[in-house]
Design a protein around this ligand. Sequence first.
Ligand SMILES: Nc1ncnc2c1ncn2[C@@H]1O[C@H](COP(=O)(O)OP(=O)(O)OP(=O)(O)O)[C@@H](O)[C@H]1O
Ligand SMILES: [Mg+2]
Length: 159
Amino acid sequence: MCIVDLWCAETQDTERVGEILGRHVFAGTRIDCQGELGAGKTTFARGVLRGLGHPDPRELASPTYALHHCYEGGRLRMNHLDLYRIESTDPLLRQGVLDPLMEADSVALVEWPERLPSESGPPTISVEMAHAVTTGRRLRVTFLPEVHRELLDELIRRT
Ligand SMILES: Nc1ncnc2c1ncn2[C@@H]1O[C@H](COP(=O)(O)OP(=O)(O)OP(=O)(O)O)[C@@H](O)[C@H]1O
Ligand SMILES: [Mg+2]
């Protein structure tokens, strides 16, 4: 496993790291974004969508009432799941809600992956976000370097 720690002083920095991932991810990638309320998960997701070349990443908002939003128009389709309002034992999780995670030709980004049932397995890339001072965030990106060699190079250039 490769672990890269990044400091994001501003909202835009977090979005830019997401953008780097969006440029490098392959079809079938699942990105898990973990962090407390307001940590910047949705901000990061918007960056990923930008990196995928979506024409209007601002479209991506917190899917407050919908668990799932799908964004077309970039290099790959992106499924955005926000599981905040669901318990890991919720039967909904076994009724197709997680089907977007299985799409081999898309990218999935999951906020609150802690809610996923254990049989969902590990993500391709995991991003942990922590509040530091008022605006700064620490990001820890974890992935297999042999799969994402170029991503690693670009993240290291940024540190
Ligand atoms: N360095 C930073 N990185 C990311 N967001 C930041 C940063 N500094 C300040 N912010 C602000 O924190 C907020 C993060 O909100 P965002 O919706 O991305 O968080 P979230 O983790 O998705 O929250 P939720 O758990 O409610 O879904 C935004 O208003 C953003 O502008
Ligand atoms: Mg969010």
